[in-house]
Ligand binder design. Sequence first.
Ligand code: HEM
Length: 375
Amino acid sequence: MVRRSTMLVVVVSTLAVLAGSALSLPKGIKGPLPFNATGFLQWNPAKLQAHLASAAAAQNLSVDHHKLTCFRMQYIIGERMHLALRSDSTLAPGLIRLYFNDCFPNGCDASIFLTWPNTPECLYEPNKYILTGSAWDLIESLRKSVHAECGATVSCADILVVAAREAVKFVGGTINFPMPLGRPDGLAPATNLEVSTIPSARTEQASIMLAKFASRGFDHPAELVLFLGAHSIGRAHCESFKDRADRQTDDFSRKLFWHCQNDRSWLQPLDYITPDRLDTNYYANVLAGEGVLTSDMALGNDPRTRSWMEFYMNNPDNFADDFSILMGRLFTVRGGARRGEIRKYGCFKTNAAGPGAGIPGVVSSSDQEGAAASA
Ligand code: HEM
């Protein structure tokens, strides 16, 4: 899909080059549009489409994948999601975080739901609190609805990405992205090493985050900044920003400290201006020194990422376009050489676990807290 404002940037950039004038792009960025290390012009819709199409083909994915076997699948999910999102505002951020945290370490394979056969992925530190909220349960109820109509033809991985896209659309207005489907469910949780590619919220250096994102194929500072724009929705537990609050180095951190001291179960909006709207206010907050997580603040302190935060803060249309592209591109993250399946008995266990009891189902939040603390 060729988006209007992206087209505009390309056209304006080309004209600027022809005229020999410089565009007002962030400091330190050479050329009319940002290139990544491989020279791929990331914001050129035609090249991007070609890149996504070849990535989808290489992974046997297609937007029409379920057309013959479950043609109503997107409709079933869309309809149920719409009702659910309207009744529970925590669902959208919960699903978007689940989508990213599942896909980033080893590809979108719903491995984040597995509690078997080795350590549940959700117990590792970057996934802390991912169990809280009802997003987790919603995925299983979507699976039941889809499988009731079509049989076990759609993976939990596909259900998660379609649900996450509905969540993004719900909170993001014009933000939307095509999603090639047909990915199998993983057979085992991602390892601690794989999950550790997601940076810790205590990361103080943007360079550490830049390196981790580059390791998963997102090697431009603008991509890191765009991804983190997702922190314009949702809430964080005190434990997630304790390090920042305890430092009490500025008025905002003192406020965070005060909230948590008064109420340990306090949930801090990641963007206190518009906490339920996916927009660019997160950037404005961080640039004003009011980012909640230490990692958010680190992006504001490094010139490579700060300049992109300023760019997107001042250009919300570009944010909407580029964020859409990037959310769609998450599916290109490749996993290890795992075989896959379509989970028949629930999103929380592999088929080898069988239909009966005996294999733990969902890990409880208190299990998660204990294990994450020691991870
Ligand atoms: C440097 C990378 C990142 C770090 C360190 C990080 C860390 C965190 C932490 C600690 C929380 C709060 C958890 C809690 O206390 O409940 C959180 C929430 C959230 N994160 Fe991230 N995150 C990162 C990247 C991303 C990305 C790329 C996305 C999506 C594209 C994302 C989406 C979200 C959302 C939507 C929430 C709110 C969840 C809710 O309210 O249930 N994060 N993140």
